[in-house]
Design a protein around this ligand. Structure first.
Ligand code: NAD
Ligand code: UDP
Length: 443
């Protein structure tokens, strides 16, 4: 068993505030200090505070008099959650007088595990500039692997992984997966695909091309390099399900010609391709069927429900529930998903595996819960609560699934995986992330 990453020996926190870090309790009420596990010969444990320092971080330091009387107001808002890691924060400087930023290349990176060459893997993450991808990249980098991100930045952003650019173990390639890509690698996490309904419906034909041709290209690469291949499929393959909760044996109820079909059918054919390469060419495959996931770095304007509700509640705007809000979703936090993806990649299970949370909410109840959490966090952090948001109703999108909750028996039995984060803890952290971005002026 290799040593865990820890904060010992890190430089002092540069005089930043020493407010206690956020206390996050798991579903059993125990303090979460680290994420990951040591299983299947793969130790994926990382300190939560170190991971947090990568997303609860300021984009810049504020300088020059701006009349506020303080140099570091905005920075402090982030810094109080990332104690001890200030030395690895961006030193880019914001000049309020000219509303400009002097960007500085980071000369120091967070400590990554030193792995022997036999344990260090060359890992390709397609879609690594997106929400899920960037968190997976953070974890794999901290664990000491060599990571290549391939992304066309359609919905993702370079800033999501900017803190690794220049690191000797990291490479960033702007590339579209519908075009072939050659590289030597041991594992491929194939995530590239827009995931929010407005984004994947923006150009339906491109979404289908990405799902089909992108997956074909990445499977071809896996075949040539003999890399293990994991695709992030989705609960959408079950469509508007007639079986509840959904287990992996259920074939689904998908409208093949509706507005969601480009994504749903795209992922279904991507799974078909994956098992074609597996049976025909012996490619070593893994299929994760992900249920609704949320967390920091979600594009705040990509239209998905968690980011929409948090932003609306933070800004004191009306919260838009589509339809009567009786439709259900089960929400999991990003760190649980990354644990599940890494467990699946390194386990022996080649069948599809659901990765999601059992915490099922009606969307109306979820809106109320988010509103309450936003108010509480604002109060705790001394921010003015403002007006109480109204919940208003908008039109129900076509083919919107009426209920969704995963049966995760297979993940529990085959991967030893279960979600640890509660929805409340996750939403709370995401609220703080967006609040900090707002205070900083980058949202
Ligand atoms: P995201 O939109 O934040 O990330 C997708 C990434 O893929 C982005 O960086 C985007 O720029 C990139 N991309 C899109 N098309 C590409 C192309 N043609 N070539 C190269 N890069 C391309 O979405 P996410 O939530 O991070 O989702 C990641 C993966 O997980 C997707 O495959 C998605 O289907 C799957 N998934 C996510 C969820 C969820 O709740 N977040 C649920 C089910 C499945
Ligand atoms: N939704 C909503 N208000 C919003 C965004 C979404 O009521 O501002 C609803 C949407 O109709 C769906 C659920 O929330 O029933 C989840 O939507 P999302 O786009 O996040 O993901 P989906 O699971 O539909 O892909």
């Amino acid at each position: 068993m290799t040593a865990r990453l820890n904060t010992a020996g890190l430089p002092p926190s540069n005089g930043q505030p020493t407010t206690p870090a956020i206390m996050t309790l798991d579903r059993d009420g125990k303090l979460i200090k680290e994420v990951g596990f040591d299983r299947f010969g793969f130790d994926s444990r990382v300190e939560l505070s170190l991971l947090r320092s990568l997303y609860l971080r300021p984009h810049y330091v504020k300088r020059d008099g701006d009349g506020s009387g303080s140099d570091n107001d905005e920075t402090e808002h982030h810094a109080k959650f990332v104690q001890g890691f200030a030395a690895y924060q961006s030193k880019s400087i914001y000049h309020p007088a000219t509303h400009s930023i002097s960007y500085t290349t980071l000369s120091r990176f967070p400590p990554v595990k030193l792995l022997p060459p036999s344990a260090r893997k060359r890992i390709l993450v397609t879609g690594g500039g997106g929400f899920v991808g960037s968190h997976l990249v953070d974890r794999l980098m901290l664990l000491g692997h060599e990571v290549t991100v391939l992304d066309n930045f359609f919905t993702g952003s370079k800033t999501n992984v900017a803190h690794w650019v220049g690191h000797p173990n990291f490479e960033l390639c702007r590339h579209d997966v519908v075009e072939p890509f050659m590289i030597e690698c041991d594992q491929i996490y194939h995530l590239a695909c827009p995931a929010s309904p407005p984004h994947y419906q923006f150009n339906a034909v491109k979404t289908i091309k990405t799902s089909f041709m992108g997956t074909l290209n990445m499977l071809g690469l896996a075949k040539r390099t003999k890399a293990r291949f994991l695709i992030t499929s989705t609960s959408e393959v079950y469509g508007d399900p007639e079986v509840h909760p959904q287990n992996e044996e259920y074939w689904g109820n998908v409208n093949p010609i509706g507005p969601r079909a480009c994504y749903d059918e795209g992922k279904r054919v991507a799974e078909t391709l994956t098992y074609g390469f597996h049976r025909q060419d012996g490619v070593d495959v893994r299929v994760a069927r992900i249920f609704n996931t949320f967390g920091p770095r979600m594009n705040p304007y990509d239209g998905r429900v968690v980011s929409n509700f948090i932003i609306q509640a933070l800004k004191g705007e009306d919260m838009t529930v589509y339809g009567d809000g009786a439709q259900t979703r089960s929400f999991q936090y990003i760190h649980d998903l990354v644990d599940g993806l890494i467990a699946l990649m390194n386990a022996d299970e080649t069948r599809p595996v659901n990765i999601g949370s059992p915490d099922e909410f009606t969307i109306l109840d979820f809106a109320r819960a988010v509103r309450d959490i936003v108010e509480r966090v604002k109060r705790e952090d001394g921010v003015e609560v403002g007006r109480k948001c109204e919940i208003i109703h908008g039109p129900m999108p076509t083919d919107d699934p009426q209920k969704r909750r995963p049966d995760t028996t297979r993940a529990r039995e085959k991967l030893g995986w279960e979600p640890r984060w509660t929805v409340a803890m996750g939403v709370e952290e995401m609220v703080r992330y967006y609040m900090a971005k707002m205070a900083e002026g980058s949202l």
